[in-house]
Design a protein around this ligand. Structure first.
Ligand SMILES: [Zn+2]
Length: 92
């Protein structure tokens, strides 16, 4: 079927068709990337450990920001300790 026929049936312009096709391909590509990510995690223990480590770090940093007396801020000494730890333990 020709592009013009498809556009005629759907009552859209060829420009609009290109835009719709581009958006559709982008969605499919993102969905496929997500599937690949989860498939990889299912099979790779190193990446599962890394993701778990990142989630723990995120949770800890959030809690540091909630400490009484310092709403939304991280104690500079703790921040420095985190930075040093991160520099010497860069992950996988
Ligand atoms: Zn991996």
């Amino acid at each position: 079927m020709l592009n013009a026929e498809v556009c005629n049936i759907l009552d859209i312009s060829e420009t609009n068709q290109r835009v719709l096709l581009h958006r559709g391909r982008t969605r499919v590509r993102r969905m496929w990337q997500r599937v690949q990510y989860w498939l990889h995690l299912a099979m790779c223990a190193a990446c599962r450990r890394y993701v778990a480590q990142m989630q723990l770090t995120t949770k800890m940093i959030r809690r540091l920001g909630d400490r009484p007396g310092s709403p939304g801020t991280i104690d500079p000494a703790l921040r420095e300790a985190f930075r040093k730890h991160h520099d010497t333990h860069p992950g996988p």
